[in-house]
Design a protein around this ligand. Structure first.
Ligand code: BEZ
Ligand code: FE
Length: 643
């Protein structure tokens, strides 16, 4: 954040825009002078209403399509929050959660989208209804969406749409049948914890800015309350009942055969309904009007027909269907162009051609590449390919490689591939040293409720290992200082997890694993244990030492170029599995190791750094004497329950 406090709205905008450099995500939409700068997100209902309004009016705008999913959360960046706060002056900060997203009922949320800046009047608007109304009034073009003669009717209708508990339905699963799309089932569990973690980061970046910190605090309180809300079965049932009542009442109002909700004029109220109805369908809730579900068997055919008219509207098609960061779910594929015939016989070159434009230049190349992906039938593949294309082009934009450099890059990856065989996997090592393995591990293994943190698996786990009883010596004949590993496996309430399968593996005091030792055909310094009735697992071995990762391939070249350490700090790997619990893959590091701060594969977490204390004349839990002296570590592994 800047030290000098920005003063004008233009300064706040400039600061907020600084990190928004991806040309595919930050671009002008429409031609002519753009006076609106919009911060929004493809999937957000409130953003969708604003986008549809802009397209309906034909107003050009500068689009900042910001990513609001954890852990990216561009909406939590302090400079974005500061810009948004300019529009929230005089309003009470959000405090708690109502399951709705309306600013009226919730209070001012400083960290959400959309935010609109009117560059001409230097206004910052923070709530989608006010933004839509402002665009309608301020933009001299398109037809009026809130004509004076229908104003009160439109406002009444918008107020009704606004009571829809969209966030509750989006974030929670219905207790009597989880109809949600696969994408949500996958993304939503744990989302509040991830949001809160990201907000804490934003808060810590705002030290010395008390108003900003107060804003983060309020938002953190809201997300904590939201986490509780969706957990309640009764509230989720209530949310569905509310939506059913909304649709039934809408059906009644449309019963006189009107084309649009306020009569024969298409108005702002229709935009609100278009977005809302499509969201229900996107969520797998078209049953609200088709009646084809155990949770709702009533058919509302006038609502169905109204939806069809709304979804055919050009502004809807542009703002929602064609909008690149608004992926479909399996429930709305009928709105997306399909590859009609993929049959082998007709899969000629011509059959696959879908135009993406012929006048391809620097400024539209990324979009042209993205266009080629528009008809991808699998939504997940579509999302991944689009993100790859966007980031690749943003990377090239930033780096501006010479042709020679690009050739070098291709050659680097080719060699990395050639070095990747069964035993030596240079691509995985590349993923390790770039932190990608650590990130994928973090995304998929977030610690819950005080559970032990995960770390990377590494290449030295092998299935072929002996099983041991507690107290065993797992490295007979291996030289090195004696180590006694004394642990328990417990749940998040501290209760033992008897019978848990515990795998351990580590290097010797020269940093070698058994599989690297010439002449060592037997597995050693590794083994499988089963936790006893008290959750205990304990064994004897030798103290591990730090060791270098392989540096004789392309990864070595990269590490040398960056002047990085190749040494992993000493550690003992542990993997624990127990029915009903999440699998824990982790390692304990030795306090005092000088490489703890420069682990080349980013596996170190402070909570995993332990004192392997040198002790004399000790006994293990079964009473047997330990060697003296002996390096002893005591640790309780805490497992979280599988959800
Ligand atoms: C390991 O600790 O065994 C390891 C992890 C990632 C890369 C190389 C080694
Ligand atoms: Fe290791």
């Amino acid at each position: 954040m800047n030290d000098l406090s920005p003063k004008t709205i233009a300064d706040y905008v400039a600061a907020a825009n600084k990190p928004l450099t991806d040309p595919a995500m930050n671009r002008q939409i429409g031609s002519g002078r753009a006076t609106f700068e919009l911060y929004h997100f493809g999937l957000s209902v409130c953003s969708q209403k604003v986008r549809m309004t802009l397209f309906e009016k034909g107003a050009p705008f500068i689009s900042h399509d910001i990513n609001i999913f954890p852990p990216i959360n561009q909406n939590y960046q302090p400079d974005y929050v500061r810009l948004r706060m300019q529009g929230g002056r005089g309003r009470d900060l959000v405090d708690g959660y109502t399951g709705r997203s309306s600013t009226g009922s919730e209070g001012f949320d400083p960290c959400v989208v959309p935010t609109l800046v009117d560059l001409d009047s230097e206004k910052v608007l923070i709530d989608s209804q006010a933004i839509c109304a402002h665009i309608d009034a301020a933009y001299q073009g398109g037809s009026e969406l809130i004509p004076a003669r229908l104003k009160s009717e439109i406002e009444r209708e918008i107020a009704i749409v606004d009571t829809s508990p969209h966030p509750a339905i989006l974030y929670g699963a219905h207790p009597d049948g989880d109809y949600r799309p696969e994408m949500l089932k996958r993304e939503m569990p744990g989302i509040y914890d991830r949001k809160i973690m990201k907000l804490m980061e934003g808060r810590s970046l705002s030290v010395g800015h008390p108003r900003l910190q107060a804003a983060y605090d309020a938002k953190i309180r809201k997300e904590a309350a939201a986490k509780k809300y969706v957990a309640t079965d009764e509230m989720m049932r209530g949310a569905l009942r509310e939506v059913q009542a909304l649709i039934a009442a809408l059906d009644e109002r449309l019963a006189d055969g009107r084309t649009w909700i306020c009569g024969e004029d298409f108005t702002m109220a229709d935009i609100q309904w278009a977005i809302s109805l499509f969201r229900f369908k996107w969520l797998g809730m078209a049953f609200l009007w088709t009646g084809e579900h155990a949770l709702n068997e009533t058919v509302h055919s006038t609502v169905a027909a109204y939806g069809t008219r709304l979804f055919a509207r050009d502004s809807f098609q542009q703002a929602i269907i064609a909008w690149p960061t608004n992926p479909p779910t399996e429930f709305v594929m009928d709105h997306y162009p399909q590859n009609e015939d993929t049959g082998a016989k007709r899969a000629t070159r011509d059959a696959t051609v879908k135009g993406h434009g012929r006048d391809i230049r620097e400024e539209n190349l990324t979009q042209a590449v993205l266009n080629t992906n528009k008809n991808a039938p699998n939504p997940r593949a579509k999302q991944v390919i689009a993100a790859f294309a966007r980031h690749l082009h943003a990377f090239l934009e930033e780096v501006q490689p010479t042709e020679k450099e690009w050739e070098y890059g291709i050659d680097f990856l080719t060699k990395t591939g050639h070095l990747s065989t069964g035993g030596r996997q240079e691509f995985i090592l590349l993923s390790d040293v770039m932190g990608a393995t650590a990130r994928v591990d973090m995304i998929n293994n977030r610690a819950h409720d005080g559970a032990t943190e995960n770390s990377v698996l590494g290449p030295f786990f092998v299935e072929d290992r002996p099983t041991f009883e507690n107290g065993a010596q797992i490295s007979p004949g291996i030289d090195g200082p004696p180590m006694f590993f004394n642990s328990r496996v417990v749940d998040t309430d501290g209760q033992p997890v008897a019978g848990a399968r515990v795998d351990v593996w580590h290097s010797d005091d020269e940093g070698n694993y058994d599989i690297m030792m010439p002449g060592q055909s037997q597995a050693t310094m590794r083994g499988l244990f089963f936790a006893d009735a008290n959750g205990r697992v304990y064994f004897n071995s030798v103290l591990p030492e730090s060791y270098p990762i392989p540096d004789d391939g392309t990864v070595g070249v990269l590490l040398k170029a960056a002047n990085r350490s190749i040494i992993r700090p000493a550690h003992v790997h542990v993997r624990i599995e127990a029915p009903g619990f999440r699998r824990l893959t982790t390692m304990l590091f030795l306090e005092g190791d000088k490489y703890l701060d420069s682990d080349p594969v980013f596996g170190v977490k402070q909570s995993l750094v332990m004192n392997f204390e040198q002790r004399h004349d000790q006994r293990q839990p079964d009473g047997k004497k330990l060697p003296s002296p002996c390096f002893c570590v005591d640790y309780d592994f805490v497992l979280s329950r599988a959800s």
